[in-house]
Design a protein around this ligand. Structure first.
Ligand SMILES: [Zn+2]
Ligand SMILES: [Zn+2]
Ligand SMILES: [Zn+2]
Ligand SMILES: [Zn+2]
Length: 288
């Protein structure tokens, strides 16, 4: 016992030193990310969740959880829907014919008709989503810049990838109280305040541009986005900040922001899930 203890003490001291060096290096190269985690730690400890469920189901990551009522009770059954046997993560998406993120968020249609999503146009192009703002002949060029498995071509794995990301990045229970089954009445005003403030300050939908009259440095990869290149614009960052289509990702999960729907926090891009989790802890049981 004595010998084992000595060895592990030595190891932990040694490991501690290496750990410090690694931490310093990381701080130096990712100042904003470190700051982001610091902010996250700070806001987390001060902000109680809207509620906490007593029953925590075992071993399922929070992202895949939905409320008990829709699913079987045993842990085997939990992964599929009782009524239609669809996979849990795709559940709410499979029940809707065509998902328009703007409607899902309760946003008004954009003033610019070129940026208005149209079911007929999208389906006739052969996709379940196309970037708003682009003429038809630029859509292929845009999608060529994305990993092939993430292009939402109808009937392809990319279409399923988008459905899953809609569910993960824009959880319905974050969008309106009507979808929350477990938020107690006394927390409803604070939930409404949270949603209203988020919609006003943080949450928005980006659009694509097929050319610009200026070039800009992409905030994600720090390479130039040229004037003739396709670019993504996030209005909350101003229209002079341009991203490469493949660089418009959440700072936490690093997934492409689904349908260009983003939140801004401390000058960084997040999906709605990871924005909300910085401000309010999420219940591990029902994901609200
Ligand atoms: Zn289902
Ligand atoms: Zn880039
Ligand atoms: Zn994310
Ligand atoms: Zn809960």
């Amino acid at each position: 016992m004595g010998i084992l203890n000595e060895v592990s003490d030595e190891e932990s001291q040694h490991g501690g030193q290496e750990g410090n060096v690694a931490l310093q290096k990381k701080r130096a190269s990712f100042p904003s990310r470190e700051r982001h985690y610091a902010v996250r730690r700070k806001t987390r400890s001060h902000s109680p969740p809207f509620h906490r469920c007593n029953r925590v189901p075992p071993q399922l990551p929070p992202a895949e959880l939905l409320c008990d009522s829709d699913y079987g009770d045993s842990s085997e059954e939990r992964k599929t829907c009782n009524s239609c046997k669809c996979p849990r993560e795709a559940h709410d998406v499979y029940h809707e014919e065509w998902v328009n993120v703007r409607e899902r968020l309760g946003f008004k249609p954009p003033a610019d008709p070129d940026r208005r999503p149209s079911r007929e146009k999208t389906i006739s192009e052969g996709f379940s989503w196309v970037p708003p703002g682009l003429p038809s002949h630029k859509i292929e060029e845009y999608f060529q810049q994305l990993p092939p498995g993430k292009v939402p071509r109808l009937g392809s794995p990319g279409e399923k990838y988008r459905d899953k990301q809609l569910m993960l990045q824009l959880p319905k229970q974050d969008l309106a109280l009507a979808y929350c089954k477990h938020v107690e009445t006394q927390h409803h005003p604070s939930y409404e305040d949270f949603i209203n403030a988020r919609n006003e300050i943080a949450l928005d939908i980006g659009y694509a541009k097929d050319s610009t009259s200026y070039s800009s440095e992409c905030p994600q990869c720090h390479q130039v986005v040229g004037m003739s290149e396709l670019a993504v614009v996030a209005p909350k960052f101003g229209d002079r900040t341009l991203w490469h289509p493949s660089c418009f990702v959440c700072s936490t999960c690093e997934e492409l922001l689904v349908d260009l729907t983003y939140c801004v926090h401390d000058d960084m891009l997040y999906c709605e899930r990871h924005y909300a989790e910085q401000l309010k802890p999420r219940c591990a049981a029902c994901d609200e």
